[in-house]
Ligand binder design. Structure first.
Ligand code: CA
Length: 226
């Protein structure tokens, strides 16, 4: 069904998952180290990468940043813990989803199909305008009153999601599901942190909002300044 590259140093997990994913119809290649995995990612161009964060030669988040410099291939990270401290930098570095160990091949397969479906659906759209804000998904560029905003990929995705629903209240749960693709987990704090960064870049604060309005106990909405 898909060409999967599995980067995982634990031989037991690697063997079991490779077999499990093959049984589910995927073609699987694997690597026990980060650098060999990076080489395979560039050389073989898999449809999706499953990346273990605890690798012997390089930190998984660092590998992800190196990978993102050369490729937009969907990446699901596998981690032993699901704390914010570990996950926020990894999601920021460009992971598309994550699974927490121990996980089954069937569970991983569900995530793989969801991520690939989303990648296929990600057709570029027309620029959106809200007040002085212009969000262009094709160029992945946002401008405020003509000045380009320096946004991380995740901040851009959040802003684009909110701009597409301007005037509507969007819950943090919805952002976790739709932007982070974490329907079953993820902490509200992850969303709070990104919203506060986004606010700062829009030149506003939670107490004196212009575009990004918190609706206490419900969520957040983007509106043009009155
Ligand atoms: Ca490991």
């Amino acid at each position: 069904m898909a060409d999967i590259l599995l980067i995982e140093d634990d031989v037991t997990i690697r063997t079991a998952l490779s077999r499990g994913l093959r049984d589910l119809g995927h073609a699987v290649s694997s690597s026990p180290t980060a650098l060999d995995g990076l080489r395979l990612a560039v050389q073989d161009r898999p449809d999706l990468i499953v990346l273990d964060l605890g690798l012997p030669d390089l930190d998984g988040a660092e590998l992800l940043r190196m990978l993102r410099a050369v490729s937009r291939v969907p990446v699901i990270v596998a981690t032993a813990r699901d704390g914010d401290a570990e996950m926020v930098p990894v999601l920021d570095a460009g992971a598309d989803d994550y699974v927490v160990k121990p996980y089954s091949a069937a569970q991983l397969d569900a995530r793989i199909r969801a991520v690939l479906r989303r990648a296929a659906d990600a057709t570029p759209e027309e620029p959106l305008r809200v007040g002085g804000l212009r969000v262009d998904p094709r160029a992945r560029e946002a401008r405020l009153d003509g000045a380009t905003l320096d946004l991380t990929p995740r901040e851009f995705d959040v802003l684009h999601y909110l701009a597409a629903r301007a005037g509507e209240v969007v819950t943090k749960r919805e952002l976790l599901t739709e932007v982070w693709q974490l329907p079953y987990g993820g902490a509200d704090k992850t969303v709070d942190v990104h919203l506060s960064w986004l606010r700062r870049k829009l030149g506003e604060t939670a107490s004196e909002p212009r575009y990004l309005h918190t609706v206490r106990g419900v969520g957040v909405k983007l509106v043009g300044p009155s």
